[in-house]
Unconditional design. Structure first.
Length: 173
């Protein structure tokens, strides 16, 4: 696992990350499966995932060069980034789609047993949390961080409500 400072990213990508954060702060409606932003140029396609369940405080960035099959995936948190494998990224996105489908179908019991964050990503986030400092965080980043924590708390309340509804339905039968 290699963790680096956000400064290793090119200026264009850092600008895209800032634009996405600013636009999220003004959104009125956030989907449970987070926010996905895409930027495409002649050379590359960049996809940025924000506010994913369980990863509210982190961004996942996928950068794919056109004409090549290989893509690079990163997880970014507190000004630090680490590469993640395509396998972990695909597992995360597939599990997230499963959870959203289960919620839409009202299958709350299965959701309780699911753990959608792959082991590799959990380990990276734990390491970042141990070594990160928040001294150099900009104002927009601080606002965004507070927003992410609020979304995380809201989702926890929503989950409690879903479990309450599930048990209420069982008792009424």
């Amino acid at each position: 696992m290699s963790i680096e400072c956000l400064n290793v990213l090119d200026a264009s990508l850092k600008e895209k990350l800032a634009i996405v954060k600013e636009s999220i702060l003004s959104m009125g409606d956030i989907s449970y499966k987070g926010v996905q932003s895409q930027f495409e140029t002649e050379e590359e396609k960049i996809t940025i995932y924000n506010l994913l369940p369980g990863l509210e405080e982190a961004e996942v960035v996928v950068k794919k060069e056109k004409g090549k099959d290989k893509s690079h995936a990163y997880i970014i948190k507190n000004g630090l980034l680490a590469k993640i494998s395509e396998n972990s990224l695909n597992q995360l996105l597939n599990d997230l789609n499963i959870v959203v489908a289960l919620i839409e179908n009202g299958d709350f019991q299965t959701i309780k047993a699911l753990d959608i964050i792959p082991k590799e990503i959990k380990e990276i986030l734990q390491t970042i949390d141990r070594i990160s400092t928040k001294e150099s965080i900009k104002r927009i980043d601080l606002l965004y961080q507070k927003y992410c924590l609020t979304i995380k708390q809201l989702r926890q309340i929503q989950a409690e409500n879903l479990y309450f509804q599930m048990y209420s339905q069982k008792l009424s039968r």
